[in-house]
Design a binder for this molecule. Structure first.
Ligand code: PMV
Length: 347
């Protein structure tokens, strides 16, 4: 094994959790299992250029975001390298130049940690495969997810699959806390090409990072119940994904989103990431669903933006509704149309 230099590019998507991960143990082990839709259009493209060093010493890398060198991102990557070094012993043998860009606007309030960290993990795995060609596709994806998890928990769910589970669950035998897997059970055609239109309520930096949010689950008075609830909701979701029962799907997904935010609102210190327009949109979605019986629902991640989820066949009506009734609540009338995708790709 003596790879001197080269470069790899991977494109990796963001994902949106249906059952939320909020709270973790040591080593990025999730306190409860989560499941997400892999997205299609919201993605990061990352190129890893590498060159063997004369003297392996320290981590040696530079980071460029959209063509410009970005110093403030380096500590995050250094921390990632420190966490994965034990599993990637070749890291200090190389100088790396990392170039990354996102398909979604820079300050859209869409977190790029899932897509960015998974893309970087995949590039590193590509180097590892050069060093050890015996790695097969399953091992490759599994370790990429394992490494991505150590960068950002939700990044573990951005490698492969349309529906992805991360975290051990009693009814999903092959699931693991260490890496994510493609959801192994039957999925009804109602969920094919499921749409996710992201309504950009607030494009600013969120006031509380997810790292701090996860930490606040330690000693949270409702933590144990919440972890139980997430396990219970995932158990309930399995037959729903199989039968295609969209009204049951909606109840689980919306409740998960509100439970996530309820944890934030009841932690010490407490905080609120929703904005008035988040609630305006949620109420409009409920009115629309009541009036039209179209099974559109919302979910939220750790921010004010609303993800509007709905079946592909209702796309025209829902987009009409968005234009007529929801864009007024979006910052600069901005929203992003995405849908379920099938995972990362090597370019
Ligand atoms: O991956 P992190 O540490 O940024 O946490 C993400 C947590 C949520 O987005 C709120 C939920 C989830 O499961 O994606």
């Amino acid at each position: 094994t003596n790879i001197e230099s080269g470069e790899f590019t991977w494109q990796s998507p963001s994902n949106i959790a249906l059952i939320k991960y909020w709270g973790k143990l040591e080593n990025q082990i999730p306190a409860n299992p989560s499941i997400s839709f892999t997205l299609d259009h919201c993605k990061s493209t990352t190129t890893l250029k590498f060159k063997k060093k004369e003297n392996p010493g320290n981590f040696d890398f530079d980071f460029f975001f959209e063509g410009k060198e970005k110093e403030d991102f380096k500590p995050k990557i250094r921390k990632f390298f420190e966490r994965i070094e034990a599993y990637c012993p070749y890291l200090k043998d190389y100088y790396f130049e990392i170039h990354s860009e996102n398909s979604f606007p820079h300050s859209s309030g869409i977190a790029s940690s899932a897509s960015g960290m998974s893309a970087l993990a995949l590039c590193l795995m590509q180097l590892e495969k050069e060093l050890n060609p015996k790695i097969d596709k399953e091992q490759f994806n599994r370790k990429a997810s394992f490494l991505a998890r150590l960068g950002s928990g939700s990044a573990s769910r951005s490698i492969a699959g349309e529906l992805v589970v991360w975290g051990k669950h009693e009814y999903i035998e092959s699931s693991s806390d260490l890496y994510a897997i493609e959801y192994p059970h039957q999925v009804h055609k109602n969920f094919k090409n499921y749409q996710d239109t992201i309504l950009l309520v607030d494009k600013g930096e969120k006031q509380v990072s997810s790292t701090i949010g996860h930490d606040l689950m330690h000693g949270h008075p409702f933590a144990e119940k919440r972890f139980e609830q997430a396990n219970e909701n995932l158990k309930k979701l399995i037959p729903v994904l199989k039968s295609g029962d969209l009204s049951a799907f909606i109840k689980i997904v919306e409740r998960e989103a509100l439970s996530l935010h309820a944890m934030m609102m009841s932690s010490q210190p407490y905080f609120i990431l929703m904005k008035p327009n988040t609630l305006e949109i949620i109420n409009k979605i409920w009115e629309f669903r009541e009036a039209t019986k179209i099974p559109a629902c919302f979910t939220l991640d750790a921010g004010a933006n609303v993800h509007l989820l709905y079946p592909d066949k209702h796309k025209d009506e829902v987009l009409e509704f968005i234009k007529n009734e929801l864009v007024v609540y979006c910052q600069n009338a901005h929203y992003i149309c995405d849908q379920v995708g099938d995972g990362a790709k090597k370019l």
